[in-house]
Design a protein around this ligand. Structure first.
Ligand SMILES: C[S@@+](CC[C@H](N)C(=O)[O-])C[C@H]1O[C@@H](n2cnc3c(N)ncnc32)[C@H](O)[C@@H]1O
Length: 271
């Protein structure tokens, strides 16, 4: 498979995923989780009154977080069949504050006046993310920020030894078989979370700070999300940093979130 077919299949996989798991209830869609994702670079209060885009909005979880944070306007970019869900998954009172675009991230218009662009859990699903980073740069105002969250390699070493061979099979499975497998994995995962309270096991910080706070349904969605998409890359610190620093972004900063993922933020220079 080449880059394009990987990208198209990944988008189709997510379209199917969000049709099956379409709500953003509980901690999974909360402002509390949004604060955790933004930490230590930003706070939800920073978004108040801002014009923002989100690249790869899925079923609109982050769009809703941004609306709760008081943004002036949010442009939600989602290329998959989940677009219909995205368009209707926010409260009707916010309707005028949201523009939904069914395009890939590299096609985001060069607005040039956005205060922030977010791409949370998306660039690691795009085989060639550079055109997306370049388009984000053009869409920001000078002084605007691009905030990216991607899976990390460091901290996931043991997990990757398990998940890589498993994904060879699972990304080919039809939904109902994958959903059954997810149930089978969900039970030992719940036990593993309990064990993390007592022992310093791999991914302990993630298990206790993130996964344990999710409802059982959302834990199953997260397991599904790991096994379903055609393309998923786990970034080293250097690769994650270079995503933005190889572009024209300045003041690029990186954070190892909960020891398993990378948060990267960069600023479009004023001149
Ligand atoms: C893991 S989901 C993240 C959704 C959302 N950001 C969140 O955190 O809930 C990744 C999303 O990126 C979208 N996506 C995949 N390839 C993309 C591309 N080339 N441009 C924009 N979005 C893309 C997928 O369709 C999917 O909805």
């Amino acid at each position: 498979m080449n880059f394009n077919s990987h990208e198209n299949k990944t988008i189709r996989d997510f379209g199917e995923q969000w049709l099956k798991y379409s709500d953003n209830e509980g901690y999974y869609g909360s402002l509390e989780l949004f604060s955790d994702i933004l930490n230590p670079f930003l706070k939800p209060e920073n978004m108040r009154g801002c014009k923002i885009a989100e690249i790869g909005s899925g079923s609109g979880r982050v769009v809703n977080m941004l609306l709760q944070a008081g943004v002036r306007h949010v442009i939600a970019v989602e290329p998959s069949e989940a677009f219909e869900i995205l368009c209707h998954n926010h409260n009707i009172e916010y309707r005028e504050k949201v523009t939904c675009l069914k395009i890939t991230g590299d096609q985001i218009p060069a607005y040039g006046d956005l205060d922030y662009i977010f791409s949370i859990g998306v660039l690691h699903h795009i085989p060639d993310p550079i055109p997306v980073v370049e388009a984000a740069y053009r869409a920001l105002r000078p002084g605007g920020h691009f905030f990216v969250w991607v899976y990390g390699k460091e901290g996931n070493e043991l997990y990757l030894r398990l998940i890589h061979p498993l994904r060879v099979l699972t990304k080919r499975l039809p939904h109902f078989i994958l959903a059954l497998l997810v149930w089978a994995i969900y039970i030992p995962t719940a036990i593993y979370i309990k064990l993390c309270h007592r022992f310093p096991l791999p991914l302990r910080e993630y298990m206790l700070s993130v996964l344990e706070k999710m409802s059982p349904e959302k834990r199953r969605l997260i397991i599904y999300d790991q096994l379903n998409p055609e393309y998923a890359k786990y970034y080293t610190r250097l690769e994650a940093e270079k995503l933005l620093s190889d572009g024209k972004f300045k003041n690029v900063r990186i954070h190892h979130r909960h020891g398993y993922s990378w948060t990267v933020i960069g600023t479009k220079p004023l001149t």
